[in-house]
Design a protein around this ligand. Sequence first.
Ligand code: G
Ligand code: G
Ligand code: MN
Ligand code: NA
Length: 252
Amino acid sequence: TAIEAMLRQAVKTGAFELHYQPRICLSSRRAVAVEALVRLKNVNALIAPSRFIRIAEETGLIVPIGRWVIEQVCRQLQEWAGTDLQNLRISLNVSPVQTRRDDFYSSLVAMAAKYGVDPAQIELEITESSLVESELSVTTCMKHLKEAGFTISLDDFGTGYSSFSYLNRLPIDTLKIDRSFIHEVGSSQGALVVEAILALSRALGKRVVAEGVETLEQLEWLQARGCNEGQGFFFAFPAIAEELAAGLRMRG
Ligand code: G
Ligand code: G
Ligand code: MN
Ligand code: NA
């Protein structure tokens, strides 16, 4: 396909761009982390990951793309070291195609070392559905990553074939509630579901993040119920590092 050809070319030339979206602590209202989101650079436009990640996974190109993302994230953390942004963690999305490879763990550790980055500053977002698809490789990999000090979060929580068994079995630090649930907190049924997820997170001692926070009402609703962090257009759109930094400095 056209996208596949573009991806092959982009892997050679590094024609990607990372955008960052902040994650805000709901009690202090300060940014505590940012999520890295990759875009493919076309001649004069950026192509969203929703249009190429699946193709990248099917063709295996997600492996070199993922390596590029990890290197950029480490580079960014190195750049922020010693500045007012040094306490920000960066989370990045990891595909099961990446974790299935034997060298994923060692290359991640090597990259962090190359840039002098503490693994605790890197958070790996794994989707719930990927746990179901490739249980063994992903879970083994997660355990190694956790031992090395990386933080692990479960992305799009609630949308996969939820099995509560892995929540205790796996070293998951954070649950990211899928934005489809957050958009429904205004309805009584939607509110009940999110309240149940918040209670579950608290009982298991996991940090919980609401994705897709778009309104002040949603933010206040979540804060009143003890949700730890929020991410979404209400706070900031994903943006390049310079714009992110300017926005955060303006928030104070
Ligand atoms: O930015 P956008 O809403 O288009 O992102 C859509 C999805 O693309 C995200 O939810 C995320 O799962 C995926 N994605 C973004 N960046 C990356 C990345 O670097 N690696 C992988 N595997 N997926 C990503
Ligand atoms: O699947 P993942 O959780 O990684 O999704 C991240 C994607 O969600 C990003 O590509 C981003 O553009 C999108 N996103 C972030 N905040 C919001 C929001 O408030 N509303 C909506 N609809 N999408 C959002
Ligand atoms: Mn994500
Ligand atoms: Na997410």
